[in-house]
Design a protein around this ligand. Sequence first.
Ligand code: S3P
Length: 166
Amino acid sequence: MPTDKVYLVGFMGAGKSTLARRLGARLDWRVEDVDERIEAREGRSVAAIFASQGEPYFRQLERRVLLDLLPLRHVVVATGGGTFADPDNRVLINRDGLSVWLDVPLAGIVERLPADGRRPLATDRAQFERLYDARRTAYEQAHVHLDAGDRAVDALVEQLLDRLEA
Ligand code: S3P
């Protein structure tokens, strides 16, 4: 698989955007964030898109953004928590670059997620936990499994740099 592009995948609140920025800075690669691109394209927040047009519409936008990113090289992409859960997106991502799963235990995710209403799928705790369990089989299909529970971002960056140089 190409190693001139990294896709960070994993559940909401796993730290994908933070790690993407840090890794991008170390590699001197461009950093792209799928949710930010969706918001810029639509001129409104993810929560507003979910509220007014629903999840299926959001998923279409997510696919379009992913397709737009395909030609870019030397990029670290922070995906949204649901991006890699879609089988077609998974195929696109795994062909296009190195996919890295930031695996954080549920307790860690709950601790990190702000209750600011910005994540529509995190408002119902029971649904959130079901989603966490259901998505693991999808995330397991990433090329690299990073145990990101209690490790500092710097350590994760170093681990990924080693992997990219190997
Ligand atoms: C989602 C995760 C969010 C965002 C949207 C849907 C999901 O991204 O794309 O709220 O389905 O898990 P983060 O993983 O950046 O929170």
